[in-house]
Design a protein around this ligand. Structure first.
Ligand code: 5GP
Ligand code: ZN
Length: 137
């Protein structure tokens, strides 16, 4: 199902121009308009899924497979030193376009990006409490 108001539906459909570096029947991969680093790419399903939770398992695994394929293309062509793969769900998590997409962000030793969180060890009882909340154990 396509959402006529959705920018990524329009891009996937070819109604809005984009720099498509990969396309198959179900997915496109385009260069991000506001790249974090050289080669920042978005892997986008042609069907409209607002986020990860709206996707069935088969489509979610197909998305990951395409991401791996496109990551390989970026690695081959741009020779980055590493790569971040990230995917935002919900505004609080940084999602601004409500059509599922995977970010591939090639990383270079010289780039100034800080994409990771700041790790701070949790108290054991806090970890236990979260564990219990999730598992009931
Ligand atoms: P989000 O914040 O939802 O995880 O990521 C949305 C991404 O889409 C952002 O990195 C933003 O730069 C990119 N973006 C938004 N609109 C367009 C567009 O029209 N064309 C392209 N190529 N990228 C877009
Ligand atoms: Zn859409």
């Amino acid at each position: 199902m396509k959402d006529p108001a959705c920018i990524f539906c329009k891009i996937a459909n070819g109604d809005i121009p984009s720099k498509k570096i990969y396309e198959d029947e179900e997915f496109v991969a385009i260069l991000d308009l506001a790249p974090a680093t050289k080669g920042h790419t978005l892997v986008i399903p042609k069907e409209h899924y607002p986020d990860l939770f709206a996707m069935d398992e088969q489509t979610a695994s197909a998305a990951m497979l395409r991401a791996r394929r496109v990551a390989g293309l970026l690695k081959e062509k741009l020779s980055p030193d590493g790569m971040n793969m990230t995917q935002n769900n919900g505004e609080v998590a940084g999602q601004t376009v409500l059509h599922y997409h995977i970010h591939l962000i090639p990383r270079y030793l010289s780039d100034p990006e800080h994409i990771n969180w700041k790790p701070a060890p949790a108290e054991p009882e806090v970890l236990q409490s979260v564990f219990s909340e999730i598992t009931g154990g």
